[in-house]
Design a protein around this ligand. Structure first.
Ligand code: C2E
Ligand code: MG
Ligand code: MG
Length: 759
């Protein structure tokens, strides 16, 4: 817009300027022309009023008369034109209009009167003019393009202006001049302005008034010259303006652009780039935070706000970072913390070719503490265990200030032992086990919890943390299965055992019960040495892996969910065998059947059992259902109700393997059970000389509640005698009989002379 306004203004100024210039040129042209005209005027006046012409006309015999006129003409010219070569001529026409004299200021000896002069003389006669003025011009490129002529008539007698205009009594004097300078000026103007030149007067007016840039030169009263520059002239001037303006505008835009660029760079882009660079460094953790910007401009303020924001965020991040890695209860680092530390340790160990071990710890029977004493105590226990672990590791590891104990979840912990191979890790693990030697003591009491530990070492037991954890977990699981409160080292053998376990799992899913399972019976005797009954013990002969102990596959069956199918098969098979067993071991025979503690609460199991009793027409009272002690941990009203409903069907209920778990006998006797079976381990303990008094007390306690006691795992006569003395009701063990197929029961009876002592 500015460019346009400037352009408009420039156009106007240029137009005015050009107009002025043209006017000036026109005045100069007019002045030049008029000066020629004046010369003719002056010349003719001096000629007539002086005596040069008179002497010429009055003295026809004077041989110098012509010469005098010529000199006068030349003198007049040179006076006015100041040495400039100017063509002028004079012609005098006689009374009869014949040419009396013709002179000119040229060197041409043969010069002749000009036709314009003759024509003017004739015009004077015709039109009876005393004084004429004329300007003739030609467009042809001749040396003298135009001439100015003035003619006067003089009386032949008075040699003055005639009063009556009669041709026969007057001379006509005609002076002509060629306006050279005027022509030159015109030629220059024409060339300069590419102008069109038009003469006009009242008798020959212009066809239409001129438009645009032009000038009118007044040459005489009734004679004008129009100078009209061509349209191209002004257009080309305008073009120059346009180009100049365009150049200036372009340059100023360029300069403005560069200046803006410079300013934007200096005050916006560069600070933002610097801010961006710093942010990138902060994100890449090459810097703590961006440098605090001190400038007060927008970018500076933005930077300051970011600085403050990042400060806050970083603080919040640091808090949540540590929260995400710290276990809220024990204040130990958690699983995330463990993985980070372990990955770092693994990298270092890999680089420096060193070893390290991880110890996976699971607190045994912790669930029991939670269920029995409540979660608050459980939490306290975990805190105390954590503190003791930490203390122990701090003493045994020389690394100061670092935590190597992690709480993975619930009652699971991991200890990371840098630079420890499996041997030194075992030493520390044994110290951990010692913390639980006689249960765990802390200010809130004594708790019968222990720990199962699994150790895996880098590099032999795994090359990744996931692998090492999984192997340490496997070892820990083995420790648990081996009876808890112990440690196990991961080994290829252990892994093989695990693979076998998985194989058993798979085989159990496709088991053909009738083909692969059989029952063995293990007779039991009472105080009178009579065979009181027998326990049905399951045998699995897999076509793929051969004989598998029930102690191995029953827990797997419980985990994989196939236990119910197996239990029902055992029950049905025992019902089928019962008649034959009666015929061998006596009519009052009591047969014990083991059922999975996983059956607890199962309504379906009770329904199936009822159906089986009906379909095989058995008397439930002849059967005892054995459930392992572990179920007693679920001391819920539901469990009691479930046991009651089995009893209502007529079955006797026995608690199997009492003494392996942590249920006190006091709790057990409150249960609706008929028999408690003391486990082999318990039997071993209470038959030791220093603990014998315990056997009697335990058995008496059961008897008070009308519960019979069966002692399992009797292997020595000493054990047998000791327990009989303590008033044990029934004994079972290899001393009496090993489990055997039904077919060998009879020969066993005969061999051991129990035949006459069947019940
Ligand atoms: P349990 O019910 O306590 O069975 C007694 C186990 O102790 C039997 O092992 C028996 O052979 C063993 N035993 C008995 N007296 C002695 C002894 O004097 N010395 C030694 N060293 N061992 C003795 P078995 O047959 O290997 O059974 C192991 C466990 O598998 C059983 O323990 C029981 O919990 C489970 N089980 C066996 N059969 C079945 C079944 O049909 N169903 C269910 N659910 N579990 C069963
Ligand atoms: Mg049993
Ligand atoms: Mg048992």
């Amino acid at each position: 817009m500015i460019a346009w306004i400037i352009y408009e203004h420039e156009c106007e100024s240029l137009y005015k300027l050009e107009n002025n210039r043209l006017e000036q040129r026109a005045s100069l042209i007019g002045f030049t022309f008029t000066s020629y005209n004046s010369f003719l005027d002056t010349y003719l006046t001096s000629l007539i009023e002086g005596n040069v012409l008179a002497s010429y006309l009055r003295n026809p015999n004077n041989i110098y008369r012509e010469r005098m006129l010529t000199s006068h003409l030349e003198a007049s010219i040179s006076r006015v034109r100041r040495g400039q070569q100017t063509f002028a001529s004079l012609s005098i026409f006689d009374t009869d209009n014949s040419l009396s004299l013709y002179i000119e200021n040229s060197t041409d000896p043969f010069a002749e009167v000009r036709s314009e002069q003759v024509a003017l003389a004739q015009q004077m006669i015709k039109q009876k003019q005393v004084k004429v003025w004329d300007h003739t011009y030609t467009e042809a490129p001749t040396a003298e393009k135009s001439v100015i002529q003035q003619g006067v008539a003089i009386d032949s007698k008075t040699l003055l202006s005639p009063t009556l205009l009669q041709a026969e009594s007057t001379y006509r004097v005609i002076a002509t001049i060629s306006p050279g300078k005027f022509e030159t000026l015109l030629a220059q103007t024409k060339a300069e302005y590419q102008a069109e030149l038009r003469y006009f007067g009242i008798d020959a007016p212009l066809e239409k008034p001129p438009e645009g840039l032009h000038a009118i030169v007044k040459l005489s009263n009734n004679y004008f010259l129009l100078i009209q520059p061509s349209e191209n002239y002004f257009a080309s001037l305008l073009n120059q303006v346009k180009v100049r303006l365009f150049t200036i505008i372009s340059l100023s835009i360029l300069v403005t652009f560069l200046l803006l660029q410079l300013l934007i760079r200096r005050f916006i882009t560069n600070p933002i780039v610097q801010l961006d660079q710093q942010l990138t460094d902060v994100i890449a953790q090459k810097k703590q935070n961006i440098d605090f910007p001190h400038s007060a401009d927008e970018v500076g303020r933005l930077g300051q706000k970011f600085h403050a924001l990042y400060e806050k965020l970083n603080q919040a991040f640091q808090e949540s970072f540590s929260q995400a890695r710290i276990d809220a209860l024990t204040q130990l680092p958690n699983r995330v913390g463990f993985h980070e530390a372990a990955e770092k340790l693994l990298l270092e160990a890999d680089k420096q070719n060193t070893r390290f071990s991880i110890v996976y710890i699971d607190i045994d029977n912790f669930k029991f503490v939670n269920d029995k004493y409540g979660h608050e105590i459980g939490d306290e226990l975990l805190k105390s265990i954590s503190a003791k672990f930490n203390h122990l590791i701090a003493i045994n590891l020389k690394h100061s200030g670092e935590s190597f104990v992690y709480r993975l979840s619930g009652d699971e912990f991991i200890i990371l032992l840098p630079e420890h191979d499996s041997d030194s890790a075992t030493q520390i693990s044994n110290k951990v086990l010692k913390l639980f030697a006689n249960g765990f003591n802390f200010e809130r009491g004594h708790f019968a919890v222990t720990a199962s530990l699994g150790i895996a070492s880098f590099p032999q037991d795994g090359s990744s943390i996931t692998q090492l954890i999984s192997n340490a977990d496997l070892a820990m699981y083995q420790a648990k299965k081996a009876g808890k409160n112990r440690l196990a080292l991961y080994s290829n053998k252990l892994a093989k055992g695990d693979r076998q376990l998985k194989e058993i799992e798979a085989l159990l899913k496709d088991i053909d019960l009738d083909k692969e399972l059989t029952l063995n019976y293990m007779p039991v005797i009472d105080q009178t040495d009579r065979v009181k009954g027998c326990e049905a013990l399951l045998r699995w002969n897999s076509p793929h892996i051969g004989q598998v102990s029930p102690a191995v596959f029953i827990p797997i069956a419980e985990e994989t969910g196939v236990f119910e199918m197996i239990d029902l098969w055992v029950i049905e098979q025992t019902f089928k065998d019962y008649k034959e067993l009666q015929s061998i071991l006596g009519e009052q025979l009591q047969v014990s059947i083991n059922i999975s503690s996983a059956e607890l609460h199962s309504e379906n199991f009770i329904n199936k059992l009822t159906e089986l009793c009906k379909s095989h027409s058995v008397t439930p009272g002849n059967f005892m259902l054995e459930i392992t002690e572990t179920f007693a941990m679920e001391q819920s009203s539901n469990a009691i109700r479930w046991l009651e409903s089995l009893r209502q069907l007529g079955f006797k209920i026995a608690i199997d393997d009492f003494g392996t778990g942590y249920t006190s006998l006091m709790q057990m006797v409150d249960y609706p059970v008929d028999v408690i079976k003391f486990d082999k381990q318990l039997v071993e303990r209470i038959t030791q000389a220093e603990r014998r008094h315990l056997a009697k007390a335990l058995i008496d306690l059961c008897h008070i509640q009308s519960i019979q006691v069966v002692a399992e795992g009797i292997e020595t006569t000493e054990q047998s005698r000791c327990l009989w003395q303590a008033d044990c009701d029934i004994q079972q063990g290899f001393l009496i009989a090993k489990p055997m197929p039904i077919e060998t029961l009879r020969s066993w009876l005969e061999e051991h002379q129990y035949l006459e002592r069947v019940v």
